[in-house]
Design a protein around this ligand. Structure first.
Ligand code: ADP
Ligand code: MG
Length: 344
């Protein structure tokens, strides 16, 4: 099912939680809504589900305007952060529930419901646990049951609101891979809400980055990471540094010296954004140099904080080996990785 969110605004007591949001969700894709707490992710998900009504704008399911459709009519599967399993029901009963409560005309037979529920428990790798109660499962297992339950109704759209948010990091990473595999097998149109950029980058076909009730950028993980369209996206996805610069006749200056890069079409004050791996060490004299302030291990590299003159001019760069504090390093920008934005 394809979902189109068209110029949607949502106010709560005149407080705008979403401003004029438009988003096309393609049939069969896994899209992540990514943003800090309070950016409007849950509100957008609840609007798609039909749990909230837009103040303005429309939501289409396929060609149909879904505005007047109830949650049931929209055929949504929903998984929340906090396990909403029924505690007094077994795992099998939990997964069967959505089919059991269907009106008689569309309800499968008892045997068919059982067959489907067992098949889904197999899909989420919980075969053999169908007679247990939720309290007898780990957090990760409960979220897998919640997903099986959401899939049981064969939803047109699957909505997941920080489904792994309450689990520890190790389990979260496992479930992330696992969800991606399930998605590849079942192909449900899926909207996944998270505030964790690593999770979103790894899991999603496309990211929709949100801030303060607005969409900042939509694109594949590679596009959003490599070509951030705003200072917010630059700062929120991955690591970045920003320097206050001036552009004079196309050359970019930091304080009283040019730093070896240029931008012919720009002029005046700007902010220069770049990532830790967008700077490299050079032999001999370079236009830019810095003094190592600190260094720490990040994965397979060293992340080094360089002081290039004053507290507001510290930058983080990735270097292949350790550098003692106080050492002066000659550095230069890799071509075409940095980006200029207007001053604040
Ligand atoms: P997120 O899921 O990204 O953390 P939400 O969509 O929950 O953000 O909230 C977006 C903004 O809307 C927040 O400022 C939040 O306080 C506000 N908000 C959300 N739901 C309600 C509500 N039912 N009543 C009043 N304000 C709300
Ligand atoms: Mg939320």
């Amino acid at each position: 099912m394809e979902v189109r969110v068209q110029n949607v605004r949502k106010e709560f007591d005149r407080f705008p939680a979403l401003h004029d949001v438009s988003l096309d969700i393609k049939s069969g894709e896994l899209i992540a809504l990514l943003g800090p707490s309070g950016s409007g992710k849950t509100t957008l998900l609840r609007l798609i589900a039909g749990l909230e009504r837009p103040t303005a704008g429309k939501i289409f399911f396929g060609q149909e305007d879904a505005s007047e459709k109830s949650v049931q009519e929209r055929n949504i599967g929903f998984v929340f952060q906090h396990y909403a399993l029924f505690r007094h029901m077994t795992i099998l009963e939990n997964v069967s529930f959505g089919l059991e409560v269907r009106p008689r005309a569309t309800r499968p037979s008892k045997a068919e419901i059982r067959r489907r529920a067992l098949e889904l428990l197999d899909l989420v790798q919980l075969s053999g646990l169908e007679k247990r109660y939720p309290s007898q499962l780990s957090g990760g297992q409960r979220q897998r049951v919640a997903l099986a339950r959401a899939l049981a109704i064969e939803p047109g759209v699957l909505l997941l609101d920080e489904p792994f948010g309450a689990l520890d990091a190790q389990v979260r990473r496992e479930l992330r891979k696992w969800l991606r595999e399930i998605h590849d097998r079942t192909g449900h149109t899926t909207v996944f809400v998270t505030h964790d950029q690593e999770e979103a980058l790894e899991l999603a076909d496309r990211l929709c980055v949100m801030s303060q009730g607005k969409i900042e950028q939509v694109g594949t993980p590679d596009t959003v990471y490599d070509q951030p369209q705003s200072p917010f996206v630059f700062g929120f996805i991955g690591e970045s540094s920003a320097l206050p610069v001036n552009i004079e006749r196309g050359d970019i200056w930091l304080g009283d010296r040019p730093i070896g890069i240029s931008s012919p079409e720009a002029s005046g004050a700007a902010r220069l954004f770049f990532r830790p791996h967008d700077i490299e060490l050079v032999e001999g004299d370079a236009a830019l140099s810095g003094v190592v302030a600190s260094s720490r291990r990040v994965g397979g590299t060293r992340r080094v904080e360089l002081d290039i003159g004053g507290a507001a001019r510290r930058v983080e760069i990735d270097l292949p080996f350790d550098h003692p504090a106080g050492e002066r390093s000659q550095i230069s920008f890799r071509p075409k990785r940095w980006k200029l934005f207007p001053p604040t």
